[in-house]
Design a protein. Structure first.
Lengths: 255, 263
């Protein structure tokens, strides 16, 4: 379970997270959406410890993060941009990360086979295509069997076949009871993969609830249309006046 | 400790495969060899080597450090999401790239000194030149790291500062001090000159070489004052103490920035 209370972060004068409250229960598959610069990546990076929050509390499985790094043993993260040292070979990268984590890479072979990476293992990383590098990133995220998985724009560079395999794998992880968190601009992908949606706008949570409710509330049958409508409505509203079924950040729990 | 070794070894492997460091070592090998062949050998050659070293090691070290930060951005970010302490990661990355560069210089310059028989003759002086090169490498790679982390988003600024700092420390420093002293010639300036010398590791290294070889004519203004003020042995001791401090400070600043930074 991930609990976030009053999380604030500003970069210089630009306040990116404005007192965010959020609870993501264990085993929930959640999609984070929102326009560019809304704070999605900052939110994820803060949970991962890449960005240090100005104030607020983040706790994972009931333990609040205070400079301790061991909590990341339970987390797998697949970054949006996968760039690795050019001369390193794929198997060396895998071994390197295994040595860093000192955990059993239970799914290593399974994932390599699933993503058809066997032929790439001996190649230096600079010769790999973008898609294959993404797949390496996905393998690194999932091979230690962590409870919480973060995917940042996971399928952006994947061909249809790999993308399909990836989604299949994420569904399996979900069925296995993992907490899955995905950011994406591809709404159809989120429709397939997640049950809950967090819509972040301007550093606050604008909507947090199940996909089903969102669709029925907005009377749309596609997520893309529902989100677009919400964004339109916000831009036509005067700032400060919130729509009644928009959640104030204080009550952000899934309904 | 095991983790630290793991990171360092990994950096070594990728660096050696990049061949860049080997080329750097070879440059010093050929340079030293040809200086020894044509320069007559002995202390003059060691002086020439130290002149080249004082000029280039700081530049190469800083560029190397900053380039590493810029090139490995995504990789470092990925490593930061792994369950490891930032402190361990910092030392792993820093030592992993600074030590091969240091070794490349030391080995590259030492081999010709050995096979031309200079090393056996002038053990202390040779060891001092090689050691100073190593220390300067450590200092300036750390400075490059600090600059890279401080100007993480703005590479142009980062490289700009690198070049300016190098120009200032390696080339302009002594001249600027001389100018100031010339302008305020009526006042006692010795202590001031000693104090400002401490702020430049390249100057400190240069003074140490000059004191060791006892050539006051080539010492430059700061070196001459230094010599008069401290004498040879105290001078060398003071300068090495300051250099040790110079090693510690950039490394420590880099560590602090690295630990607090938002990636």
């Amino acid at each position: 379970m991930i609990e976030i209370k009053e999380l604030k972060k500003a970069f210089g004068d630009l306040s990116v997270l404005k007192g965010m409250n959020l609870t993501i229960p264990s085993g929930q598959a959640t999609g984070i959406v929102g326009p560019n610069g809304a704070g999605k990546t900052t939110l994820i990076k803060t949970i991962l410890g890449l960005v240090k929050a100005d104030s607020g509390v983040i706790s994972i499985n009931g333990k609040s993060l205070n400079g301790d790094w061991l909590y990341r043993r339970n987390i797998g993260y697949m970054p949006q941009v996968a760039r690795y040292p050019e001369n390193m070979k794929v198997y060396e990268l895998l071994n390197f990360i295994k040595g860093l984590r000192d955990q059993d890479a239970v799914y290593e072979e399974e994932l390599i086979e699933q993503f058809a990476l066997q032929t790439e293992l001996e190649k230096p990383l600079r010769t790999l295509s973008g898609g294959n590098r993404q797949k390496i990133g996905a393998t690194l995220a999932m091979m230690f069997n962590p409870d919480i998985l973060f995917f940042d724009e996971p399928t952006a560079g994947l061909d249809p076949r790999s993308s399909h395999k990836f989604k299949q794998r994420v569904k399996d992880e979900k069925a296995d009871g993992k907490t899955v968190i995905i950011t994406s601009h591809i709404m159809s992908e989120l429709e397939q993969l997640v049950d809950y949606v967090i819509f972040i706008l301007d550093g606050n949570i604008r909507y947090y609830g199940s996909m089903k409710d969102l669709l029925s509330e907005s009377k749309e049958d596609r997520l893309e249309a529902a989100i677009a409508r919400m964004m339109d409505r916000d831009s036509s509203e005067k700032p400060g006046i919130k729509n009644e079924n928009s959640l104030k950040s204080g009550q952000a729990v899934p309904h | 400790m095991k983790l630290l070794n793991h990171i360092i070894q990994n950096e070594w492997k990728t660096l050696i495969r990049g061949k860049w460091v080997i080329g750097y070592g070879l440059i010093f090998l050929f340079l030293t060899d040809s200086l020894l062949r044509f320069g007559g050998g002995g202390s003059e050659t060691l002086l020439s080597i130290s002149n080249v070293m004082l000029l280039f090691i700081p530049l190469v070290g800083m560029i190397y450090g900053i380039l590493y930060i810029y090139q490995s951005r995504e990789f470092v970010e990925l490593l930061l999401t792994q369950p490891i302490d930032r402190k361990v990661l910092y030392w792993g990355l820093y030592l992993g790239i600074a030590t091969p560069l240091m070794a490349a210089f030391i080995v590259g310059a030492m081999l010709p000194l050995i096979w031309h028989g200079v090393f056996a003759f002038e053990v202390v002086s040779s060891a001092m030149v090689l050691g100073l090169g190593g220390v300067l490498t450590l200092i300036f790679v750390a400075l490059g790291f600090v600059l890279g982390l401080a100007f993480y988003e703005d590479r142009i600024k980062g490289f700009g500062f690198t070049i300016v700092i190098w120009l200032f420390m390696a080339i302009l420093y002594d001249g600027l001090i001389l100018m100031v002293v010339f302008m305020f010639g009526d006042y006692p300036m010795e202590q001031f000159v000693i104090a400002v010398t401490m702020f430049n590791p390249i100057d400190l290294a240069r003074i140490m070489v000059m004191l060791e070889f006892d050539i006051s004519a080539l010492m430059g203004y700061t070196g001459a004052v230094f010599n008069r003020f401290f004498g040879t042995s105290t001078g060398i001791l003071t300068a090495s103490g300051m250099l040790a401090l110079w090693m510690a400070v950039p490394m420590w600043v880099g560590l602090r920035v690295f630990r607090k930074k938002d990636f």
